[in-house]
Design a protein around this ligand. Sequence first.
Ligand code: AMP
Length: 221
Amino acid sequence: MATGARVVLLGPPGAGKGTQAKLLQEKFAACQISTGDILRKAVAEQTPLGKEAAQYIDRGALVPDDVIVELVAGRLKDKDCAPGFILDGFPRTIPQAESLDRILQRMTLSLNRVLSMQVPRSVIIERLSGRRSCKNCGGLFHVIFSPPAKEGVCDRCGGELYQRQDDEEDTVANRLDVYEKQTAPLANYYRERNLLREIDGVGTVDEIRARVIEALGDLVA
Ligand code: AMP
């Protein structure tokens, strides 16, 4: 079996998956696959995928499984994913998890860890309401917990920061319900396969990063 990190980050919106995935990508020389980022880019570029996805994203619903699975299957074949991959926001349903198993099997690969980031609802609401994303590079900030040096401007690339429309209060409530119903059952799916590790997702970015690294430390190439 190939070496490298083949990891899924599981957790509700605002759990810190995107922030940690970006950090892990560097540490493990792996690719980060954020289905949310890919879809938002498609929406901004008004591609056929983006036009279809926007109807679901805007109301906090999930994009159909077949659309997402095809997108991830294609991305996993890219060269930068050969050393390993960090999946952030995928899989989100049991059928997606089953499809992922089949895709990896065809590539003679398998997952080697799933981290479930545990964060209470009150903390999630606080994080999402202050979250700001870079339009250009997807960099993540928070107006209180990790503000950019210059308000509204990305520290990494100078791009413009914005608040995601689906981070607004009504849509957040719907996204959390969708998570409980459709995505939370994945914890059991992966527990039964001995892949699951639970991480306390409350704390500073550095504190959470330390816990994540501890749970993945043995996978460092
Ligand atoms: P995220 O950035 O991961 O919170 O995703 C934002 C939105 O994109 C979600 O609320 C869904 O509408 C859509 N999305 C992202 N990943 C998936 C997925 N794996 N399955 C279905 N929809 C997804």
